[in-house]
Write a protein that binds this ligand. Sequence first.
Ligand SMILES: [Fe+2]
Length: 356
Amino acid sequence: MSISQSKVKQVKALTVDQIAQFKRDGYLVLPTALDPELCRQTRDRMWETIATHLPRIRRDDPSTWGPVTEEESTRLAAAKPEGGGEPYLGGKGHRFFIRNGAEELLLNLAPRAVWGIAEQLLGKDTVVWPAGLDESGTTTGPCFMSDDAITGLASHLGDTLGQPEKGSFTTQEALQLPKTGPVWLTGQGTRGLYCTLPGSPSPGPDLGSAHSDGACYGRWRLQMAAYTDDLPANSGGFTVWPGSHTRVWKEQWEAFLDGEKHTDKHLEVRRAGGYTDPVIGQIKADTDPVDCHGPAGTVVLWHTKILHMAGQNQAADIIRQATIYGYLKTPAAIPDPLVVDETNLDIWRDWSDELR
Ligand SMILES: [Fe+2]
């Protein structure tokens, strides 16, 4: 453990019962797990950012917390930082984001504070440490260059890195990304702050935004959402379908081993599309979703393959404020041949002995 790792105060380790619950349900809620002072600082930074870039939304007046208009959205999107990456503040409608995920505050708040639990679940010395920015202000980390990763890089960076259209399905060990780029693809930052303004629209009767994150192949196994402000029920919380992780995992791997990639959009019936997999329809039909809410500092851990969506924010005076991070297994812990090979369909192959 490096000096920087040992300095961050750790969230209490999981009990045997909590690990069993995570394994069975595919998710686990840890109420008020995070440092309240860091939560407060993150909220303050959010409001400072809004005051700078979107001042008509005022902290002391929830009546001003209306959706981001087309004009505002276009103006924010045009403010691209020098050196690449996305605008610091962006958004559309009821969603806005702040790309501060590689900053020390966000890293210490969540991914580093939950580091002990990540190693507890995934295995000691097998997880990519979120180092954040180096002296030059950029990030460096490993990235498995699948089609999905290439798409993610292109959509968040433009084509500034000159990435090819197709993935090599090999690991680039030291991919450099600007601080407001997709730093989560290399494990170096969170997604920043993802927020849902009050009165967001209903997801519709078929809950079409429910999905399973990314492809089954790759190095993401454990993810987290952390709330930096109080989040009551029905206010846009992370919504999960308990137990769906094992079903999606199996179906997507079987499809991949049959030759179907997650990105094969030309297929008439896609078994591993992320939003439209037939198994997702089955899960929605037989399982009730759970709205994960809680006070500021609450952490939701989830298996990467669990079916989930952002809930509808039905509150009038609550902004859903979450940072999202995925722990990556290191290239040493899962070499490339194993990243694309799960022939025995063992969902817990890459997890710790303690969890197994
Ligand atoms: Fe997601």
